[in-house]
Design a protein around this ligand. Structure first.
Ligand code: SF4
Length: 362
């Protein structure tokens, strides 16, 4: 089977060429065809010699994800179900706004993090996506988007924990934000959400520039331990220290995602605790009322409780925005993605609701 060329970095391809006596700058030409011009066929890459095209064709293919189906929400969001070459399925969500669109992409099939409020936790982990499979979600949807507002924003908030698939995610970010040879998205428009894998999080700040979102969901260890098993490995003290240490570009803030669940983390005391926890961090808070779904005992708080929580944060000087997930009627909202072929209630693969909450961060 041929290698998917989308899995290679520019350097990888440059080295591959050099090893075959071809000048490495040819890699840039190939990348421009694949990413800037959405070309899949080597024979169409007209500034390459016939020999180089044949060389590429003998070893590589430029793959598309197999689109199984799309479902459109009343709010305009489109849920894409893609099948991978080994038969597993993943989901991505395109969310058009007035003047731009955002795509929420997956980084793993399933997820090992087991957050209590997320269907992915029940489905378990299957495998990491390759860099090419991550990039393809954007590349394929960009081609498909047609007359949608310009696709300018990417959120790594679909299925999986991005930092648990570090190498592929960083490679994909490099290509997505490469203005010369890649897809050319502004790094200001790319957001990665994590449950807080502390060492990888700090590494990320050194390796790439993207917006960082932390799926927080509780301001005390006891509650967060119950909601997110990762907190037993990296408790709030370590997570907050890492947030302070994170190499945040000037004038940017870390987004803290906080899913409000009735009686769990939505009280007045929780709000004050959150204010104290975020003291000294350049932070903004996205408050996400829980999306109730079958099989979950968590409940969405009342509107009064949501507004009260927000007002406490704001009175204490925090930016706090209530984000209602989009695509709820098509199961594309937080915690509703399931990646089954029928878009039904299969739990083979899901998308999360903490690091995975389409439409609510940007
Ligand atoms: S919320 Fe995110 S990290 Fe947690 S289980 Fe769901 S997909 Fe995984």
């Amino acid at each position: 089977m041929k290698t998917n060329l989308l899995d290679l970095s520019l350097n990888d391809l440059g080295h591959w060429f050099e090893a075959r006596g071809v000048r490495s700058y040819r890699a840039g030409q190939v990348f421009k065809w694949m990413y800037r011009k959405q070309t899949d066929a080597f024979c169409a890459m007209s500034d390459l010699s016939k020999e180089v095209r044949e060389l590429l064709d003998a070893s590589f293919s430029v793959n598309r994800l197999e689109l199984v189906t799309t479902v459109k929400s009343r709010d305009g969001s489109i849920r894409y179900l893609f099948q991978l070459s080994d038969g597993h399925t993943i989901e991505s969500v395109l969310m058009p706004e007035t003047d731009h669109s955002t795509v929420c992409i997956s980084t793993q099939v399933g997820c090992a993090q087991g957050c209590a409020f997320c269907l992915t936790g029940a489905g378990g982990f299957v495998r990491n996506l390759t860099a090419g499979e991550i990039i393809s979600q954007v590349r394929d949807i960009q081609r498909d988007a047609g007359d949608m507002p310009r696709l300018s924003n990417i959120v790594f908030m679909g299925m999986g924990e991005p930092l648990a698939n570090y190498e592929a995610v960083v490679q994909s970010i490099g290509i997505l934000t490469d203005a010369s040879h890649g897809l050319g998205f502004s790094s200001r428009k790319v957001t990665l959400s994590t449950v807080g894998l502390v060492p990888k999080m700090l590494q990320l700040g050194q390796d790439v520039v993207v917006n960082l979102a932390v799926s927080l969901n509780a301001a005390d260890n006891e509650t967060r331990n119950r909601l997110m098993p990762i907190n037993r490995v990296f408790p709030l003290e370590r997570l907050m220290a890492a947030c302070k240490e994170y190499a945040l570009p000037n004038r940017r803030r870390i987004t803290f995602e906080y899913i409000l669940m009735e009686g769990i983390n939505d009280g007045v005391s929780d709000a004050f605790r959150l204010v104290r926890l975020l003291h000294g961090i350049r932070a903004k808070v996205n408050l996400i009322p829980f999306n109730e779904h079958e099989g979950s005992s968590f409940r969405r708080p009342s509107e009064d409780a949501i507004l009260k929580f927000q007002s406490i944060l704001m009175e204490k000087g925090l930016t706090a925005i209530i984000r209602n997930s989009r695509g709820q009627d098509i199961g594309a909202a937080c915690g509703q993605l399931r990646a089954d072929r029928n878009l039904g209630l299969d739990r083979r693969g899901t998308s999360g609701q903490g690091s995975a909450e389409p439409g609510s961060v940007v």
